[in-house]
Write a protein that binds this ligand. Structure first.
Ligand code: ADP
Ligand code: MG
Length: 696
């Protein structure tokens, strides 16, 4: 049997594989492309392509694909065979540098948010050498960027790479001011913790809502939900254990370092955490992880649900985006240092993040907005829709001392001066205690906790990188010309803390009183996706992205449209599924049961002379609730018809949010009541109890 060290990365055309297989000069070029974004020459690409093909064929691959991430948020691939006909009627296996560097899938079926109308349907994919090629099920997958004929980004990767470049540029300016001459690049790093549900495929296959939408649209609460809290970190069941082992093996083969796994709060809910890496690789890896989770689950007769809210009344699933910035010399810029100078540098980068989060609260909120995540944010299980930063009391005290020119700590007599004094060590565990904060400092990184479980992490990181790049740019602009660097630095940090401290909140984010206080502080509270997306094209947001060349204005407009399209289409499918299930499954089943009750009331009354209480009471209850359910059904049907006449996407999204969603809630409420009243034999699909407790 192979052990982990043998299989780890065995299907990845990694740096070490390239080092071993490529000529020295070619390897150097590839390394320069990875580290500093240098373009690969045609010749080098040809050599890499040939070696990559050779390596893939040795591993049994027969096809290759340019693996990319269109705006749908899932990954796409179109397989091409290495096989080409040779003159003698035989075949040769060919894969050229040109094919490596550029592919040309038909872009017309991917969402383009209007970019398609103005540009050609053709799209181009180009190899992203900063993320390694890998083999998945006999196919060589080449991570690629996807753009239109005119160069507009049609994917999530190009803006992400551009945002990393923007941050690199500005952070380098700042680091130079601190005399870090040996640093040549700065990359953002991410470790996304992924939550998911595992249910038995039999239950899944019996429910159209799960099949069509990934979540249950009906379902009365079971007697046992998560109230005992016996699942969190509980013993992992054998079937789940077998799944996790298989999953780890598959991920390790692809070089994805999945490390921790445990049960989450809700029954059937679990979490996987990888070891962090650069943001672009982490994004690719998270997409792969989600895909492989689903595939491995299938092999075990299970279904992996990645939806943010598969079950009402049970905790939903999120993703915790652990984020930091790291130099190529191995320094984590959010790690408090040991000397006054290192600490000053740390404080400046920390302040840059605080300012970025405050200035672009709306964009961060938008970056996690989706129909699915709307069920979580603001409910008492996930961070509120209000963005705030948790720093922990030690760090907050330090910032306060700086802001107010006060001495810090019991022993200190002097005022705390940035660049002069050493900061105390911040105990890591105290900074990690607050689980209710949407954006928490956890010792040497920030944990952005609002992400939904199903979404790509590309956009939240694109926003974060760009917003921090903007803070750093402003800081560098001010400090580069300063006569006395240390005192200019002190004053800058002081001023920025004063200006942005409203975003710092160390209390309980789930508390209602916080929402009121946040409003008083002027923080934005964008409750739903349509509310949030309205601000995407605000002048300051367009200015941010265009000035750092992360998106052009046209690219932003297209994303605005894709956002709304996705939201409206998704809920449209949910509503249609509900109508179908209500009319074809629920109401007929309840009708059959009530007929039986009615028959029994009539028969028994004629024999006994009085109506039997159970049958009569239940019949009455059911009849009333059926009436309500049918009325709700008709309301939803009518509003769905109305929605067809709304052409303006923003108006449609609002209509869906205000009217359709509330119709859906009423229909669900009355059907869930009917579920509780109807004999189990009659109920047409598995209940919450069946779904949540089936896996052993
Ligand atoms: P815990 O959440 O239990 O405190 P850790 O803090 O060690 O665990 O890690 C949580 C996640 O954060 C992991 O995925 C880890 O790889 C990631 N992480 C740790 N350090 C960094 C960093 N500097 N940049 C990005 N992610 C990080
Ligand atoms: Mg964590």
């Amino acid at each position: 049997m192979k052990d982990t060290s043998d299989i780890f990365g065995e299907n990845v055309f990694s740096l070490s594989v390239m080092k071993a297989r490529l000529p020295k000069e070619t390897f150097k070029e590839v390394k320069a492309a990875i580290d500093n974004g240098k373009r690969l020459s045609q010749e080098a690409a040809g050599v890499v392509a040939n070696e990559m093909k050779q390596w893939a064929i040795e591993k049994g691959a027969t096809h290759y694909t340019h693996w990319f991430q269109p705006m749908t948020g899932i990954t796409s691939e179109k397989h091409d065979s290495f096989i080409n006909p040779a003159d003698d009627g035989n075949i040769i296996l060919r894969f050229s540098g040109k094919e490596l560097i550029q592919g040309e899938p038909d872009a017309s079926s991917f969402p383009s948010g209007g970019l398609r109308a103005t540009f050609e349907a053709r799209g181009y994919t180009a190899w992203d050498p900063t993320s390694y090629a890998f083999i998945k099920e006999g196919v060589l997958c080449i991570p690629t960027a996807f753009c239109s004929y005119g160069g507009e980004a049609l994917d999530k990767k190009i803006p992400l790479l551009r945002s990393m470049e923007a941050l690199n540029k500005q952070a380098m300016r700042v680091l130079k001011l601190f005399g870090n001459e040996d640093v040549t690049s700065i990359k953002t790093t991410v470790g996304p913790e992924q939550e998911y549900f595992l249910i038995d495929e039999k239950g899944y296959n019996a429910r159209r809502d799960l099949i069509y939408t990934g979540r249950t649209l009906f379902g009365a609460p079971p007697p046992k939900g998560q109230q005992m809290e016996d699942h969190y970190f509980g013993v992992i069941k054998p079937r789940v254990q077998a799944f996790m082992k298989d999953l780890n093996d598959e991920l390790w083969k692809l070089g994805i370092m999945a490390t921790t796994e445990h049960n989450e709060v809700a029954p059937s809910q679990h979490e996987l955490a990888p070891i962090f890496t650069t943001t672009n690789i982490a994004t690719d890896h998270n997409q792969l992880t989600m895909e492989i989770m689903k595939k491995v689950a299938q092999k075990h007769g299970l279904v992996c649900l990645l939806h943010e809210k598969p079950f009402d009344g049970v905790n939903g699933s999120g993703k915790h985006n652990n984020w930091s910035m790291s130099t190529d010399t191995g320094t984590n810029l959010l790690e408090p240092g040991a000397t006054p100078y290192e600490n000053a540098q740390f404080l400046l980068f920390l302040t840059a993040v605080i300012k970025a989060v405050d200035d672009y609260q709306d964009l961060l909120r938008i970056s996690v907005a989706s129909a699915g995540n709307d069920h979580r944010l603001g409910a008492n299980e996930a961070p509120p829709a209000v963005i705030s930063i948790f720093l922990g009391s030690e760090l907050t005290d330090v910032l306060e001392a700086i802001e107010n020119d006060q001495p810090y700590g019991a022993k200190e007599k002097e005022l705390l001066r940035v660049g002069v004094h050493v900061l105390p060590k911040f105990p890591k565990d105290t900074t990690d205690r607050n689980r209710t904060s949407p954006f928490a400092f956890t010792g040497n990184k920030f944990e952005f906790r609002m992400l939904g479980s199903a979404s790509s992490i590309a956009l939240p990181n694109t926003v974060l990188n760009t917003a921090v790049a903007e803070s750093l740019k402003q800081f560098a602009d001010q400090l580069e010309g300063a006569e006395d660097f240390t005192s200019a630095l002190h004053e800058l940090i002081r001023k920025e803390i004063k200006d942005h401290k409203r975003i710092i909140f160390n209390g309980n984010g789930y508390d209602d009183s916080w929402i009121a206080e946040a409003e008083a502080r002027g923080l934005s509270n964008l409750k739903t996706t349509p509310d949030a997306v309205k601000h995407y094209l605000d002048e300051k947001n367009v200015a941010l992205f265009t000035s750092h060349k992360v998106y052009s204005e046209v690219e932003m407009q297209s994303r605005h449209e894709v956002f709304l399209e996705k939201y409206t289409k998704l809920i449209d499918i949910e509503a249609k599924t509900m109508l179908e299930m209500a009319k074809q499954d629920i109401l007929p089943a309840v009708s059959a049961y009530s007929s039986e009750l009615a028959g029994s009331v009539t028969a028994k009354t004629s024999v006994l002379g009085s109506a039997p209480a159970f049958e009569q009471d239940t019949l009455k209850e059911i009849s009333e609730d059926m009436k309500a359910a049918y009325e709700a059904y008709l309301d939803l049907e009518e509003d769905m018809k109305k929605s067809k006449d709304i052409d303006d996407l923003e108006k449609l999204a609002d209509f869906i949010k205000d009217d359709v969603l509330s119709d859906m809630a009423s229909l669900r409420a009355s059907c869930d009541k009917l579920e509780a009243e109807t004999a189990a034999d009659y109920w047409p699909f598995p209940t919450y109890g069946d779904l949540l407790f089936a896996v052993r």
